[in-house]
Design a protein around this ligand. Structure first.
Ligand code: SAH
Ligand code: SF4
Ligand code: F3S
Length: 460
């Protein structure tokens, strides 16, 4: 830990987008801690501001530019008091737009992509050197370096309670025609099994009870197993399940194409693997799925769900959906509704299709009008919300283990998670964060459950 002195340099990291960015921001924070930076939430105090950005849907880049505009005014104000500020844009907008950001936003001093974070100390030294010479620093790094960033970054540590994330895989080779991820995160790479196991053991030693294995395509995981072969995700899960003290394992996000028999079997056999799976399908029409380059059909997706449920009957499912993909007709959209009806989701994310510059779908004819997209999204969300509420209501009267993660709003109340990812609110005097206790579910809303400790409970 760095010593907090009034003169210590301060850094503000603002994170947008997915869990991978959250994980990366934490690692950057730790790297900067070693460089003597102290975290702050106040832009006015920050000597360095890093925007860790997302490019997945529209206006993401615009949001960054308006944020930079605000920061420029703060930096001007600080300069008037003799203090310099470095403004950095990292993440997927940085990777996608690169030097264009520096051209458009003169206030930005550093632009660097997701695969370069381990070079941050070096980039900072260069920027500060330029600053010291009275120049405006301009540092740009959007390489996809051969060395793996995680080999050169601090290991994960506990900053947010007993449930932690561990990145196991990055990048994507799937090239769905709507998606920027293969361009912003690069080709699919997996971390070696031993590195993930080591990081997980460290987390458990610090009190972590649950890990979520992260990757853009986590079930494509194929990390070095240390014996010259590749480990797959079920192999990794079984290895981690042997770690004493670790109670729960989850993983996200998966692609239906990589849902292997071995992984499906693991859902039936590994007790620590939680009965919740986020498995995006995107659409229910085979014509649309083909145009999306998903390489699965509605039927093959439903067949996977059936096998998963045979292995683990209480598996809760979540998904991602896109409405209004180019060429999607009312009939195509109805097939999405039909698929949702057939699956019955516990939870889901749904989006209006957003054309991303440089992706094939953005160039396709028959773009769907905005009002049509909005109408379909409302109808889909109405159905998904009803399914979510019904799923939660079916939990009432059941007793299930809850991992308590944080304090609730009321005194004496803690909020935890059920095996199925539901938030559970419980009031009990002897509860501590990190406990896993059997709770009876008493009431359910759309977004959370209310429960009470089950008697004589000390469940795993
Ligand atoms: N690798 C993950 C994450 C992809 S991004 C996966 O395959 O699921 C998360 C979600 O954002 C996607 O599943 C998709 O539903 C949505 N998404 C991606 N690109 C989009 C776009 N151009 N417009 C609307 N939604 C998009
Ligand atoms: Fe994007 Fe498709 Fe890769 Fe997911 S699988 S990250 S949606 S290209
Ligand atoms: Fe966004 Fe990049 Fe994640 S585009 S969703 S931050 S991989």
């Amino acid at each position: 830990m760095s010593v907090t002195t009034p003169n210590a340099r301060k850094v503000l990291i603002k994170t947008f987008g997915c869990q991978m960015n959250v994980y990366d921001s934490e690692r950057m924070g730790e790297l900067l801690d070693k460089e003597g930076y102290v975290a702050t939430n106040e832009a006015g105090e920050a000597d360095l501001v890093i925007l860790n950005t997302c490019h997945i849907r529209e206006k993401a880049a615009e949001k960054v530019y308006s944020e930079v505009g605000r920061l420029r005014r703060v930096a001007d104000e600080r300069r008037a008091h003799g203090r310099e500020t470095l403004i950095a844009v990292a993440g997927c907008v940085a990777q996608a737009e690169g030097a264009e950001i520096i051209r458009r936003a003169g206030a930005v001093n550093m632009v660097f992509g997701p695969q370069t974070y381990h070079r941050l100390p070096d980039m900072l030294a260069r920027a500060r050197e330029a600053q010291a010479q009275g120049q405006t620093p301009r540092v740009l790094d959007t390489d996809f370096p051969v060395e793996e960033k995680f080999d050169h970054m601090p290991k994960g540590r506990v900053s947010a309670g007993p449930a932690a994330f561990v990145t196991v895989q990055e990048g994507c080779d799937k090239f769905c025609t709507f998606c920027v991820v293969p361009y912003t995160r690069g080709a699919e790479i997996s971390r070696p099994l031993a590195a993930i196991e080591g990081e997980t053991r460290d987390l458990v030693a610090q009190g972590v009870r649950e890990v979520t294995l992260l990757g853009q395509n986590v079930n494509a995981y194929h990390g070095d197993d240390g014996r010259g072969a590749a480990a797959d995700l079920p192999g990794l899960i079984r290895r981690l399940a042997a770690i004493e003290g670790l109670a729960r394992i989850r993983y996200t996000t998966s692609h239906p194409r990589d849902m292997t028999d071995a992984l499906i079997m693991a859902h039936g056999e590994v007790d620590k693997l939680m009965p919740y799976l986020h498995l995006p399908v995107q659409a229910g029409s085979d014509r649309v799925l083909a145009a999306m380059n998903r390489k699965h059909t509605a039927e093959s997706y439903l067949a996977i769900i059936e096998r998963l449920r045979a292995a683990r009957p209480d598996l809760a499912l979540s998904g991602d959906f896109i409405v209004g993909f180019p060429g999607e007709t009312e009939e195509d959209f109805r097939q999405t509704l039909a698929l949702v009806e057939a699956v019955g989701y516990a939870q889901a994310y749904s989006f209006k299709y957003s054309p991303r510059p440089g992706t094939p779908a953005a160039e396709m004819a028959d773009q769907v009008p905005e009002d049509e997209k909005a109408d379909r999204l409302a109808r889909l969300q109405d159905l998904l919300n009803r399914q979510q509420l019904a799923f939660n209501q079916r939990s009432v009267g059941r007793t299930m283990p809850v991992l308590f993660e944080r304090a609730g709003r009321r005194p004496g109340q803690l909020i935890g998670r059920s095996p199925y990812m539901q938030s559970v609110h419980v009031e009990a005097a002897d509860l501590r964060i990190g406990d896993i206790r059997a709770c009876e579910i008493l009431a359910a809303g759309a977004n959370s459950l209310h429960g009470a400790l089950a008697e004589r409970s000390q469940a795993a």
